[in-house]
Design a protein around this ligand. Structure first.
Ligand SMILES: O=C(O)CCCC[C@@H]1SC[C@@H]2NC(=O)N[C@@H]21
Length: 209
């Protein structure tokens, strides 16, 4: 007697459900990316504190930290890239109402690129690398993620580029960037408080890695 291998049945209904789920997932990802790009832009409305060395102190890094911590590495980076795309086409969405391609030739270009890398690193630390992993932010992962991704990684891109553009030495530039540190540490605490509150109140806001 021969046995017939069991093949799982695929019905028209289950295929339609899978397609609808995929479409809803993609729509949700686009909405998340757009909302966080808008959040980063809105934080730019708070204005800037100018510092010698020409790179401003801005609240927008809080938005970058939140994008990585809430959306995960790829959607978080997507939100930053969408914002930078809007800057590139000339929209005044950077703090102080700045925008346009000229920004990418200025002293803050490295920080702006660092925002993408920073969101990825924050997302990887808070969400983990696996797409299927359940997102469960903790105080520790959010704070460590924001310090490493939101400060160290961003500065690692920003300081050398700023030194290159301004012609100032690397160490002098690094010293100037100490002016950012108190504000950035406050942003880490705010990002952790908002991330944990959002996680408790609305876990569905958290994206898949
Ligand atoms: O608006 C721009 O041109 C980019 C500003 C980059 C600001 C950097 S990001 C890290 C550090 N923290 C701040 O508040 N400012 C700098």
């Amino acid at each position: 007697m021969t046995s017939t291998p069991q093949v799982p049945e695929t019905t028209a209904d289950s295929t339609a459900d899978t397609t609808a789920d995929a479409t809803a997932g993609a729509g949700r990802a686009v909405a998340q990316v757009a909302v966080f790009a808008a959040l980063i832009a809105a934080l730019g409305l708070m204005g800037t504190i100018p510092v010698p060395g020409l790179v401003p102190i801005t609240a927008q890094t809080l938005g970058v930290m939140l994008a990585g911590a809430v959306l995960g590495p790829w959607r978080g980076a997507g939100a930053v890239m969408l914002l930078l795309g809007l800057v590139a086409v000339g929209l005044p969405v950077l703090s102080g109402g700045r925008g346009g391609l000229g920004v990418f030739l200025g002293p803050s270009v490295g920080y702006l690129i660092g925002w993408i890398a920073g969101a990825i690193v924050i997302g990887l630390i808070v969400h983990g690398a696996r797409r299927s992993s359940a997102v469960r932010p903790t105080w520790l992962t959010t704070i460590v993620g924001c310090v490493v991704g939101g400060i160290l990684v961003i500065y690692a891109f920003g300081i050398p580029a700023q030194a290159l553009v301004t012609g100032l030495g690397m160490w002098e530039t690094a010293l100037t960037s100490l002016a950012f540190l108190p504000g950035d540490l406050i942003k880490v605490v705010l990002a952790a408080v908002v991330t944990m509150a959002l996680w408790r109140a609305y876990p569905r806001a958290f994206g898949r890695a």
